[in-house]
Design a protein around this ligand. Structure first.
Ligand SMILES: Cc1cc2nc3c(=O)[nH]c(=O)nc-3n(C[C@H](O)[C@H](O)[C@H](O)COP(=O)(O)OP(=O)(O)OC[C@H]3O[C@@H](n4cnc5c(N)ncnc54)[C@H](O)[C@@H]3O)c2cc1C
Length: 349
């Protein structure tokens, strides 16, 4: 493999039902940082059927070029034709870096593509940088420059590992939604749009979709909430979440929770914050009866303001909290709700 042939930062611009997923814009945002360090451009790869007109949106969020792979076989996501589309793009355009969202689709697609084109993939990265690898010079080992340094939690989240792929290209990583930030939209910004179709011949690996049943949910996506009122095992039981719902209602927030709560069956997985749940970045995050395990912090420490309520003053959540209250949540939360309601009433008079 001639590594010098591989150039540019590529991102998979995931779309579902011809609507671009937020992760595509987030990856473009991060891709721009990396591309700047490498003095190159960001290319978004848009795969689907009848998706060409979505290219402008990708340009407005920073894509310099959009490669559109448009074919009726790509209408709904299926592993085989999408893998063929992406592997063919890599073979033709030879990107140096390829980023994919760690969504349900990306987690299926990324490993399949990297196996087919014979490179590595680092899953669920929380940080991406360009730098030297090995990080520190080692006797007898060449230190390569301008490598993609992919950082992610390792060993069950108890340590952080930085991984590189110095011998193969492209360097591939998946990133969970909510971890990177999209750029502000620049209306009217244009990208070079290129159409590419490697040809799709159905074979016995093309799954036949008989029916699509969409899950109906009446809960707000916690990733979109501006204020989250999050409860942990310290809540003591599912019935006690009522006091969190009352607090959330008083301040216009949404209830979320730790994994201990989901494991206990008190709340659905959709509401879980953390390494194996969702990554959130609200304006205000209340951590109530949550100890602050590293796997929980991984999903919320980028929140603008963190308020912790815990009866244990040595709980690690206080290390990341902007405001901390040490005491029994059963007393503090209703009192807080009462004060907020009184303040709201005074404002509305
Ligand atoms: C691979 C892996 C992935 C993981 N992913 C996640 C993840 O995505 N999200 C996640 O949250 N966890 C995750 N975990 C689990 C994580 O390690 C912790 O076990 C979990 O976060 C603990 O949840 P908790 O803080 O609610 O409970 P605990 O750690 O039991 O903390 C409860 C807290 O409540 C306080 N408390 C108790 N009673 C009261 C009271 N009356 N008033 C005030 N405070 C009180 C206690 O002092 C304590 O600090 C993961 C673990 C592993 C190994």
């Amino acid at each position: 493999m001639n590594l010098a042939e591989y150039k540019g930062v590529f991102v998979f611009a995931q779309q579902v039902d011809n609507k671009i997923s937020g992760i595509a814009f987030e990856l473009i945002g991060k891709g721009k940082d990396l591309a700047k360090d490498l003095n190159t451009e960001v290319t978004a790869v848009l795969v689907g059927s009848g998706v060409k007109e979505l290219a402008d949106q990708l340009a407005e969020y920073g894509a310099d070029r959009v490669i559109v792979v448009d074919d009726p076989e790509l209408k709904e996501y299926r592993t085989e034709p999408y893998t063929h589309a992406l592997a063919s793009v890599v073979e033709k355009y030879k990107p140096e870096i390829f980023l994919i969202g760690a969504t349900a689709i990306g987690r299926d697609l990324g490993p399949r593509v990297c196996a087919r084109i014979h490179t590595g993939l680092t899953a669920d990265c929380t940080q991406l940088d360009i730098g030297d690898f090995p990080l520190n010079p080692m006797p007898g080992r060449e230190q390569k420059h301008n490598q993609l340094l992919m950082t992610r939690p390792a060993f069950g989240g108890n340590t952080i590992a930085t991984i590189a792929c110095p011998e193969f290209r492209p360097q591939m990583a998946t990133v969970r939604p909510g971890v990177m930030q999209k750029l502000p939209r620049e209306a009217g910004r244009k990208a070079v749009v290129e159409e590419f179709n490697p040809g799709f011949t159905p074979n016995d690996k093309y799954v036949e979709i008989l029916d699509i049943v969409k899950a109906v949910t009446d809960t707000v996506d916690i990733m979109d909430a501006k204020i989250l009122v999050s409860g942990g095992r310290g809540m003591g039981g599912p019935e006690n979440f009522k006091i969190l719902e009352e607090l959330a209602e008083a301040i216009g927030g949404t209830v979320s929770c730790s994994r201990a709560v989901v494991d206990a069956g008190w709340k659905p997985k959709d509401l879980q914050v953390g390494q194996t749940g969702k990554t959130v970045r609200p304006n205000v995050y209340f951590a109530i009866g949550i100890s602050g395990a590293i796997q929980h912090l991984a999903g919320m420490e980028e929140s603008d303001i963190i308020v912790a309520i815990n009866k244990d003053e040595s709980a690690p959540i206080f290390d990341v909290a902007d405001y901390g209250v040490v005491g029994d949540l059963n007393k503090i939360v209703p009192l807080l709700t009462e004060k907020i309601k009184a303040a709201n009433a005074a404002k509305n008079q």
